[in-house]
Design a protein around this ligand. Structure first.
Ligand SMILES: [Fe+2]
Ligand SMILES: [Fe+2]
Length: 306
């Protein structure tokens, strides 16, 4: 680990540059590393912004608390064991292998847990990263279709449902605040609202009509409704994927491929980062359905009805 401590004196920086510079430096810190901020007033608003945008992954200590100079030590704690396990359940295996308590003792950062057990944190991080890299290596071509539908619902449908409120809220706020200077934000916001509305309708149809039918033919080997029946709802779903794809393309163009302008505030940048994640997830989601689930379901129905 780098033992050099970064001291950042922001007193000479123009006010609008202070937070972006601090965020950039903070993001570059590794887990367990720290930086010291020097300022001419109490940077408490920074604390709240950091907490809102990065979460509870840092410690905030006053080394000097005014009256003329404030020195704040910010230590990056990193995600807790519990958070890491919750984000990707397969990582539990790594914790089990190294005897790290991810359950009741999960409320501590990885580095701290490793130090307590005398483990090499780099080695554990590497094992976790290997799992991360295998994210999409599940063999969807051999997975039973009723498991594939459950996987899609659990991973991709759930993701949309869980992040949509925060995403729309942030987008609305940024459009309202910066829409005059950056009218493209208004377009991004409109498209995002339409996209999420359409996706909610779409998920409902998949979860209530199409996926239960696919699960029935996969588990019971029984098809109802005659040859080609499944092709019609699948065509409808694929058309809706195209509609969603067109909306996301417009968002990409309007957002300059999610590159925020020079004068963008941190919330603005965070919005683009979140939409980019949403876009990435949606592409994998649609790929799984269009290229794997749907063709296999059509084949299976045909085979049953033969
Ligand atoms: Fe879906
Ligand atoms: Fe879909």
């Amino acid at each position: 680990m780098n033992t050099m401590v970064l001291e950042l004196d922001v007193r000479m920086l123009p006010p609008r540059e202070k937070h972006p510079v601090i965020f950039m430096k903070f993001d570059n810190l590794k887990d367990g590393e720290l930086m010291i901020i020097v300022n001419d007033h109490d940077p408490k608003p920074l604390y709240y912004q950091l907490m809102a945008e990065r979460g509870n992954i840092f410690e905030w200590d006053y080394l000097k608390d005014g009256p003329d100079v404030w020195r704040i030590k910010i230590t990056k704690k990193g995600k807790t064991i519990g958070e890491i396990a919750a984000e990707d359940v397969r990582k539990v295996k790594v914790f089990m292998k190294y005897g790290i308590d991810f359950c009741c003792g999960g409320n501590k950062p990885l580095k701290e847990a490793c130090t307590e057990k005398g483990l090499d944190v780099g080695e554990v991080e590497k094992a976790l990263q290997e799992i991360e890299n295998k994210k999409y290596e599940l063999n969807f071509n051999n997975m039973p279709l009723h498991e594939l539908t459950k996987y899609i619902i659990e991973k991709h449908h759930r993701y949309i449902k869980e992040c949509q409120d925060a995403l729309l809220g942030l987008s609305e706020k940024i459009a309202e605040r910066h829409g005059n200077d950056h009218p493209e934000l208004l377009k991004v916001n409109d498209c995002l609202k339409e996209l999420i509305y359409e996706l909610n309708m779409h998920l409902m149809k998949e979860e209530n009509i199409l996926f239960p039918y696919i699960e029935t033919i996969s588990i019971n080997r029984h098809a109802g409704g005659g040859l080609g029946m499944i092709e019609n709802p699948i065509k409808a779903m694929m058309h809706e994927h195209d509609v969603a794809g067109d909306l996301i393309k417009t968002i990409r163009i309007q957002s300059n491929q999610y590159i925020a302008p020079e004068d963008a505030c941190n919330s603005y940048k965070a919005l683009y980062k979140l939409i980019k994640e949403f876009d990435d997830d949606l592409m994998v989601h649609i790929h799984l359905e269009n290229n794997i689930l749907f063709p296999r379901a059509i084949q299976m129905e045909k085979a049953i009805l033969k």
